[in-house]
Design a binder for this molecule. Structure first.
Ligand code: ADP
Ligand code: MG
Length: 317
């Protein structure tokens, strides 16, 4: 039976281009199997562009013109990373419209997008995170330097606004950079450990399982340039012993469940001498075939087209 899927890409944040790549890969893969696919792109300025129809000239008029596609769809696949997408905004629109959605609902998306709230949840289920202070963007002049720190926006992605501060003279510029992306900023201790990502899929029927973890080999911070210039190397499965693998997978599923995630989510850890430290959660992670999550599931024998088809199936009744 053919399923009608509306794939949404783009979005109004710094990860716009990454979301376009995810959405077009998802749409192409779904078209190869039993799906009828239509696409909508949200421009950087919020204009919704539906396949083939000229958009309205404001966000609201263009959304009005895209609504018939929402009515047509059996399920929406919101491949939009970051704010006004992954943060639950699109899941909320679908919920209000009574349309099924692939991936996490509003609550998990909103909490997962907030690195401070995620720390509180992780702490509540016994997982370590980097010690950090929350700073309002209006107070960045008052932050004291007390050793090397990582400064980052509470909500962003693709490493936008993230800096490693080694000495006092770098602190204010790093805070200003983070403040361009969010009104709340995290100042975190620098965690020393291997960077390991774990992907969890919630299948139709509710079983959750974690794919073989992936290690990111990058020199220094895994920053925006390194993420997309090909200089970082992904190793999957990561070279881990059985105890490390099971500790990481258990931690990832614990966070997935604590947030109430659905579809796939990627939990990013530092593996330290004292075990896993959660860095962040991505409830709509990068979804091109070359992105981390599809590579991890491929290592488990679930090829790209099968993965996105399973994500759609999991959203259906
Ligand atoms: N507390 C930290 N200690 C060490 N490295 C960090 C820390 N926080 C972030 N990083 C580095 O910065 C990168 C980007 O930070 P992250 O919080 O994952 O932001 P984003 O959501 O933009 O991916 C991480 O992949 C990691 O390399
Ligand atoms: Mg990250």
């Amino acid at each position: 039976m053919t399923v009608r899927v509306l794939v949404i890409g783009g979005g109004q944040n710094a990860e716009h281009d990454v979301s376009l790549a995810s959405a077009s890969a998802v749409a192409a893969a779904l078209r190869m199997s039993d799906h009828e696919v239509r696409c909508v792109t949200i421009d950087r300025d919020g204009i919704w562009r539906a396949d083939g129809t000229p958009p309205g000239d404001t966000a609201v008029t263009s959304l009005t013109q895209a609504l018939p596609l929402l009515a047509w769809a059996e399920v929406v696949f919101p491949a939009v990373h970051g704010a006004l997408g992954e943060d639950g905004a699109l899941a909320a629109l679908c919920a209000l419209a009574g349309v099924r959605v692939v991936g996490s609902e509003l609550r998990a998306g909103a909490i997962g997008m907030d690195k401070w709230a995620t720390k509180l949840v992780a702490d509540a289920v016994g997982l370590r995170t980097a010690k950090g202070r929350l700073v309002a963007a209006s107070d960045i002049g008052d932050v004291e330097f007390d050793g090397p720190v990582v400064v980052k926006p509470v909500s962003a992605g693709s490493s936008y606004g993230v800096s490693l501060v080694r000495e006092e003279g770098e602190l204010l510029a790093a805070l200003r950079t983070a403040a361009r992306f969010d009104s709340r900023i995290l100042v975190e201790e620098v965690v020393r450990g291997r960077e390991i990502d774990v992907a969890v899929l919630r299948e139709a029927g509710g079983i959750r399982w974690a794919a073989p973890p992936l290690e990111i080999h990058a020199t220094g911070l895994f920053d925006t340039a390194t993420k997309y210039d090909g200089s970082a190397r992904f190793e999957v499965p990561a070279a881990l012993d059985a105890a490390e693998t099971s500790a990481l997978k258990r931690a990832a599923i614990a966070v997935f469940d604590a947030l109430g995630c659905a579809g796939v989510a990627r939990m990013d850890f530092f593996l330290t001498d004292e075990g896993p430290v959660l860095n962040e959660v991505n409830t709509m992670p990068g979804l091109t075939a070359a992105s981390q999550v599809p590579r991890m599931f491929a290592a488990a024998g679930v090829e790209y087209g099968e993965l996105v088809a399973r994500m759609v199936r999991a959203a259906l009744p």
